[in-house]
Design a protein around this ligand. Structure first.
Ligand SMILES: [Mn+2]
Length: 333
């Protein structure tokens, strides 16, 4: 059977090897699914060659729990398998779903003088030290892996691997909910995975948010006690703390959905802690004429007309007042 060039290049680098490091900078569902899927293939392939198999999974931090991981637990679950890198001496390093090699290194990916293979659907940046297999058109890294491995002779994609691949696809395209859904290619992949036995019902259930009530509670509490509004200046401001997130049992993104509920305001600002520093994120409402980038500049930050941010040592009360002052200034000059 005619095999594509990427498959040939990939197989040339893994042939005869038995120790693999599979790394990813962000252990989300697609990255975890890609690690599991590839590990399952390499396990099959080394057995076929009659050699032993060793594989170490790497990510800078454990993945955030997500019910979709359970749907592919039959072939492994990165939640339980990614840990600190034990002394391990790989013969090949494979980096998945990474985008920018420098970011991977910044996150502590160990450097080994062995062949590297990058497999991704994000645009690569210069500097990757090896073979890059990138398909910008693919909806997830699990799809790139599917193209790479599906026609490899004798390899049979099991229902468990197909379920894992579909979980990556569903999570990365926002449950088919974003603009990528216009691409028929996504449905073709989904159909291919289903034809190989992917358990779609299980995935549909797992992809429903498990914390709907916590999110509603969080939004309610923000509305009640963390939201300040100045109607005259057309300005909405909300804030939350790491303690809030813990007591509400939600993550930062759940609170930031407030942005989309406040779109009738000219300027919307969220104040919260990110990576250990206080941080303000600004958005204009749907009919706003204000450049939020200009406001962020007033705090030493920056950004664009429609998205801006700055980090700060100021308290939320001070920021609220200072932004109001900036919004008022055009009238006083
Ligand atoms: Mn991805």
């Amino acid at each position: 059977m005619e095999r594509n060039k990427a498959t040939l290049d990939f197989m040339r680098l893994v042939e005869g090897r038995q120790k693999f490091l599979l790394g990813t900078p962000d252990a989300d569902v697609d990255a975890g699914a890609s690690q599991m899927k590839l590990r399952s293939f390499l396990n099959w392939y080394t057995k076929l060659q009659g050699i032993s198999f060793q594989c170490c999974l790497w990510a800078p931090e454990p993945p955030r729990p997500n019910a979709l991981f359970d749907t592919f637990s039959a072939i492994g679950n990165p939640l339980t398998e990614i840990g600190p890198l034990i002394p391990f001496d790989p013969e090949v390093c494979i980096v998945l779903d990474y985008g920018d090699w420098n970011r991977v290194k910044e996150k502590g990916f160990p450097e080994f003088a062995v062949p590297h293979i990058g497999i991704d659907h994000h645009p690569g940046k210069p500097g990757f030290p090896g073979l890059e297999i990138i398909d910008l058109d693919a909806a997830s890294t699990t799809c790139v892996l599917f193209d790479l491995l599906e026609d490899y002779r004798g390899y049979h994609i099991s229902a468990d691997v197909a379920t894992c691949a579909l979980a990556g696809l569903v999570a990365d395209t926002g449950r088919f909910g974003n603009k990528l859904m216009k691409k028929p290619k996504i449905y073709r992949y989904a159909a291919s995975f289903e034809a190989r036995g992917a358990r779609t019902a299980e995935i549909s259930i797992a992809s429903l948010p498990h914390n709907t009530l916590s999110r509603l509670d969080a939004l309610h509490l923000i509305r009640e006690s963390r939201l300040q509004i100045d109607r005259e200046l057309d300005f909405a401001f909300f804030w939350f703390t790491p303690d809030d997130l813990r007591s509400w049992d939600v993550v930062e993104e759940d609170c930031l959905t407030m942005f989309s509920y406040l779109m009738d305001f000219g300027v919307i600002t969220a104040y919260y802690m990110k990576d250990g520093a206080w941080y303000c994120s600004l958005r204009p409402g749907r009919n706003s004429k204000v450049s939020v980038g200009t406001i962020a500049t007033g705090f030493g930050g920056g950004g664009h007309t429609d998205m801006a941010a700055f980090s700060t040592n100021l308290q939320h009360e001070e920021i609220f007042l200072k932004i109001k002052k900036i919004l008022r200034e055009p009238e006083t000059t």
